[in-house]
Ligand binder design. Structure first.
Ligand SMILES: [Ca+2]
Ligand SMILES: [Ca+2]
Ligand SMILES: [Ca+2]
Length: 223
């Protein structure tokens, strides 16, 4: 079939743009002002949640300024990184530049405790890599219900009104001990839209066939 092939080619040509890599200049603060990554697009962010945070207290979160171009992008921790500690369970949280919430995630899915957040618009955002067990809070309280039942694998929107106020601190304690090293991958542009598969077209075709049969059947004497 020519149509699916054309769509696959289209998806491939709009694939992600890779950029250079950034290593945390210890330590990225856990509340603004965030560590600025002085180039765009950034392809990966390598850092650690160890010892003390530059903003005070334990280093339980690192906040970075990340710029995403047209179509936004996806940030994902862990997978495929030899630096990721096997026992280090991450969360990711994204904020607008004014510190208000955008989206947060605990686990990618069952059996994968790394994290993934997708932002669908271009812009400059604050991206936090944090240790599971802690979570961002504003003056209004907890900003995302990432630890609520049913939300473990969800990309969670901000709570209203707490999530719509600037991040001011992190509450909780990491469930995993140090060392906590991470590598976050940044993919730019819209996620590849799955091409209309041949299976879908076959199902669609079958649907038309059944419909046509039923219409034909209605026009015929029953029995
Ligand atoms: Ca750090
Ligand atoms: Ca930090
Ligand atoms: Ca997690």
């Amino acid at each position: 079939m020519r149509l699916p092939v054309a769509l696959v080619i289209l998806a491939s040509t709009s694939a992600a743009i890779a950029g250079p890599d950034w290593t945390e200049i210890p330590d990225a603060r856990k509340i603004p002002p965030a560590q600025v990554i002085p180039f765009s697009p950034v392809n990966s962010i390598m850092g650690e949640l160890i010892g003390l945070d530059a903003a005070g207290g334990a280093d339980t979160a690192d906040l970075y300024v990340v710029t995403l171009g047209p179509g936004g992008g996806t940030v994902k921790t862990g997978s495929g990184s030899p630096l990721r500690e096997a026992n280090f369970d991450t969360i990711l949280a994204v904020f607008n530049m004014d510190g208000t919430g955008v989206v947060a995630n605990d686990d990618v899915g069952p059996g994968d405790t790394s994290s993934q957040v997708t932002i669908s618009t271009s812009g400059t955002f604050l991206v936090a890599v944090a240790a599971k067990g802690v979570q961002p809070a504003s003056a209004g309280g907890i900003m995302f219900n990432i630890y609520s039942p049913g939300n473990q694998f969800a990309q969670v929107p901000p709570n209203n009104p707490a999530g719509n106020m600037p991040v001011a601190n992190w509450s909780g304690t990491p469930i995993d001990p140090e060392p906590r090293n991470y590598l976050a991958h940044v993919t730019h542009g819209s996620p590849a839209v799955p091409a209309v598969s041949e299976v879908a077209l076959v199902v669609l075709g079958a649907g038309f066939a059944v419909g046509a049969f039923m219409m034909l059947r209605r026009g015929l004497p029953v029995g």
